[in-house]
Design a protein around this ligand. Sequence first.
Ligand code: UDX
Length: 449
Amino acid sequence: MRLSVIGCGYVGLVTGACLAEAGHEVVCTDIDRDRIAKLQAGGVPIYEEHLEQILTSARKTGHISYTADAAEAIRAGEAIFICVGTPPKESGEADLSAIDYVARQIAAEARTPKLVIEKSTVPARTGLELSRALSAYSRNSNVKFRVASNPEFLREGTAVADFFHPDRIVVGVEDPSSAEELRQIYRPILEKKFHCPVHNGTCPPGQKAEFLVTTISSAELIKHASNSFLALKISYANVVADLCEKIGANVEEVTHAMGLDPRIGGQFLKAGLGYGGFCFPKDVQAFIYLAAKVGVDFDILKAAERVNKQRIEHFFEKVHKALWVVKGKRIAVLGLAFKANTDDIRFAPALEVVKNLIGEGAIVHVTDPEAMPRTKAVFPQLHYHEDPYDALRDADAALICTEWNPFRKLDWQRAGSSMARKLVIDGRNLYAPQDMKKLGFEYYSFGRE
Ligand code: UDX
């Protein structure tokens, strides 16, 4: 099918690339002309594993193209994926102005009927507003618009793998024909008929993704409810960690045992600095806001948000307890990205840590495998090191802020010998306390002795 993708961020670009790889003809556009120019020149504006490979092959087969002219992109596709940002306003409400802007463009530029698919994460009932905007601004009475919701469940760092191996594909539609059209779009994925970059060929027969058809509002709600529940799990684990610290229990052992119950599941029970990123914080806020707007008090989500915000404070209680005075101390911060395997620093807990350290007059040395270029633009005054051992040299303390695998493999015997003080404050519980103590380190972490 001929598809248009509006918005070339990590959702739009991954969606466009994977659907092109699955055999569709995809035209992508973005309001950022530089981003389009970079893509046209074969560049890849975001770091996602396998993305460059599939963009390159899709360019070769001509299955993907880019244009800065939104009208051209809108006219190209029978179905249009809206993949623009929906950031939080001060109030926590999702800012839907980009969605509204795109809706008006589609209404004005479409010359043939379109299936308009909201892939961006939006609060329930946005589809109804989208529908109204499309007809209100349509200049062509015989151009009919159908609206659908097709929320993404992509995790940064594994977005391509997640797209090609979904647990479920959720579509919210107004009519059966839209559901059929979306089934057609996803058929290659559902039938595993595409060259998978993760398996370098056809995927092994595995769990079949469920293709779920529901209403638009239910599909929108599924996204917020899923993400918020994952955030809730993380905050639950963090309160259990606080309890473990007071009682003298071990949160890793407690949550591991909990997770062995399939009704609970072991993932997203990792205690530490909590969740960041461009999804969880804003989705939780938007869900709380939506509930309040319709008269439902989502108290447990408010609590989850409050617990998450407290993580930085709890982390600095450990920093102050260990260091006494922060001012003038040389601190090595390991990890800047909001999570491992991404260069994304949006709403990253690590940046809150860095901000606090600067505010307290520390001399901050940082290292991160991917996120330093983006951080430099925000914090030029930090000392950046490609090699973690350089960041650790002469440090009074090492603060672990992102769960990067390379940090798990650091030789702390070697690092310790060059540090001014063998002190690690671990915000992601990467190390075993007894191992660090055996190496002569003072070691602090969440929810463990
Ligand atoms: C999330 C959802 O997982 C994904 O399904 C949705 O489509 C988009 O939002 P993402 O934000 O990319 O994906 O990252 P995720 O892997 O979910 O981690 C979010 C944050 O939670 C990170 O800051 C991570 O460090 C933190 N986290 C994760 C924990 O603190 N503890 C955990 O156990 C798991």
